[in-house]
Design a protein around this ligand. Structure first.
Ligand code: T46
Length: 138
């Protein structure tokens, strides 16, 4: 584990991966996910493009890098933390965290397991509003 804060936990190489002469097989038990999963989606990101740039009001997520590398910035409104995740690394991300994801190579794939179905109203996409929402809570 390289980072453990109130709103996120970064685990490096925690995902079980079985390698043999044919390639790799990854395994994840749903019991390892700290919430009931309602949705799975994946991102095949273009190199150096930044995705995210939002926070969620209540969504909880479990993210696994399936291929390549991502630079991820996590910001809880008080401090900002940057982590680099490579294949097999995973991240448990709670609500209320501003996040930005940048693919560090051209074959970067991120699998996300989410606690809710897609809801655009759960997104805060304006950073100033995000900071204001954090101060309203504090
Ligand atoms: C997050 C990061 C890691 C859907 O229709 N269904 C879905 O399940 C999702 C996730 C998105 N969409 C639509 C909404 C937008 O029209 O797909 C389009 C792109 O979504 P967005 O700009 O939010 O993509 P990212 O990569 O910036 O963010 C996504 C997730 O939205 C977000 O929850 O944390 O991946």
């Amino acid at each position: 584990m390289i980072s453990d804060a109130k709103n996120w936990k970064v685990n490096t190489r925690e995902t079980k991966v079985i390698a043999d002469e044919r390639g790799f097989l990854g395994e994840l038990n749903l019991s390892e996910i700290p919430f009931p999963a309602k949705r799975i989606y994946w991102i095949h990101a273009f190199e150096e493009e930044t995705r995210g740039r939002h926070a969620h009001i209540s969504l909880r997520q479990f993210l696994i890098v399936l291929s390549g590398k991502f630079s991820i910035t996590l910001d809880d409104g008080i401090s900002s933390h940057q982590v680099e995740l490579k294949v097999g690394d995973n991240l448990i991300l709670e609500a209320g965290v501003w996040r930005e994801f940048r693919a560090l190579d051209g074959d970067a794939i991120l699998l996300v397991i989410a606690s809710q179905e897609y809801d655009d109203l759960d997104y805060i996409r304006d950073y100033d509003l995000f900071i204001k929402s954090k101060h309203a809570v504090l």
